[in-house]
Design a protein around this ligand. Structure first.
Ligand code: CA
Length: 234
């Protein structure tokens, strides 16, 4: 069943790092297509239809943001962005442009593998899209019945808190940017009103977290957005 092994596209201009990553991924039984330029990457994405793109942001020809923007005009290929440290605006922009997740260099192989696995798992689950119950740790969310339970006790949320939580559940394990949340819940004209988000996220944490100052489920991605904790099933 060799053809069923997931096909990954890697766009990374650093030759040593590209070789290292490609070898690591092949050892994990992924098929890998690797290239150093954004332009060639886009051509490969179109011709070979990989299952996942791992994209370095700093490329010699067109930059990572351009790759994402161009790709998103015709493709829903999942994208994990590799970014240098302390480039939060880059990451935020990449996610807003349509990237699905990110890793900050340096990262461990284990971290990369777990993100790839999570992403491929999520994509495999997408077509149905009929998630009725989401459960992680002591948190249980009955999406269709609109009921939330924490350690067996029902938690009552306002409609906005519920929508906010649902948006994070839909992306469980992945970061959702401030802008994406504001746009989705309050509308496009509210994307600058990040204080709304802070207030509602605070309320949500008070209702769900046993220690809201040290959240276990509603995680902050500093300067970028929020991520709902999801246990690694693998
Ligand atoms: Ca680079």
């Amino acid at each position: 069943m060799k053809e069923l092994r997931p096909l990954l596209l890697l766009i990374e201009d650093d030759p040593q790092f590209r070789l290292l990553l490609a070898t690591t991924l092949e050892n994990q039984d992924y098929r890998v297509l690797a290239t150093e330029t954004g332009r060639e990457g886009l051509i490969i994405a179109r011709n070979r239809q990989p299952h996942l793109l791992i994209l370095d942001m700093g490329l010699p020809d067109i930059d990572g943001q351009d790759v994402i923007r161009r790709l998103r005009k015709w493709s829903e290929l999942p994208i994990i962005v590799l970014s240098a440290r302390n480039q939060e605006t880059d990451i935020t922009q990449a996610l807003d442009n349509g990237a699905d997740d990110y890793l900050t260099k340096p990262f461990s192989n284990a971290e990369l593998m777990s993100r790839i696995k999570a992403m491929l798992r999520r994509v495999a689950q997408l077509p149905g899209g009929t998630l009725e119950v989401f459960q992680v740790g002591e948190l249980k969310i009955e999406l269709t019945k609109r009921r939330i339970f924490m350690a067996g006790h029902e938690v009552h949320l306002t409609p906005i808190e519920f929508r906010l939580l649902c948006e994070l559940v839909r992306n469980a394990g992945f970061v959702v940017t401030h802008r994406q949340l504001l746009e989705k819940i309050w509308g496009a004209s509210y994307v600058e009103h990040s204080h709304y988000l802070r207030i509602y996220m605070g309320q949500l944490r008070h209702k769900i977290e046993s220690d809201p100052t040290r959240p276990r489920y509603l995680l902050t991605e500093a300067g970028i957005g929020y991520r709902l904790y999801e246990e690694d099933e693998a």
